[in-house]
Ligand binder design. Structure first.
Ligand SMILES: [Zn+2]
Length: 103
C-alpha cells in the first residue's frame, strides 16, 4: 500500500504544507509561489494562497501532480453522432432495413 497521510482525511493545510507524502510537490509549489509573489510559505495561509491569482498556476500544477484535485476516472466517451452520409459511402437502402427510419 502506498504511504498514506497521517490524517484520515487530507486537510488542505496538510496537503500544502505538512504532508510527507507530497513533500517534493510542495517544494515545487512553494518555490513557484515565492517566485511569483516574493512571499515565502510562512507568509501564506492556504486561503491566501488559493485566493492569490499569481499562485493559481502553481497551485493547479501542484494539484495535478498530487492527483488530489482529480476526480476523473476513465474518461466518458461522448456518444457518437450519426453521420448523415457525408462520407460519401452512401446509405444502404435495403428493403429489409435495420429498423431505422428518418422522418
Ligand atoms: Zn497529508
Amino acid at each position: 500500500m502506498p504511504a498514506r497521510c497521517q490524517y484520515k482525511t487530507e486537510t488542505r493545510n496538510c496537503l500544502f504544507n505538512n504532508c510527507k507524502q507530497w513533500k517534493t510537490q510542495q517544494k515545487t509549489l512553494w518555490a513557484e509561489v515565492r517566485e511569483a509573489t516574493g512571499r515565502g510559505k510562512n507568509r501564506f495561509t492556504i486561503r491566501d494562497l488559493l485566493a492569490d491569482t499569481r499562485c493559481t498556476h502553481a497551485v493547479l500544477d501542484f494539484l495535478r501532480s498530487t492527483k488530489v484535485g482529480s476526480r476523473v476516472g476513465p474518461r466518458a466517451v461522448p456518444p457518437k453522432l450519426g453521420e448523415d452520409g457525408t462520407t460519401g459511402a452512401g446509405r444502404r437502402d435495403d428493403k429489409e432495413g435495420v429498423g431505422e427510419e428518418e422522418e
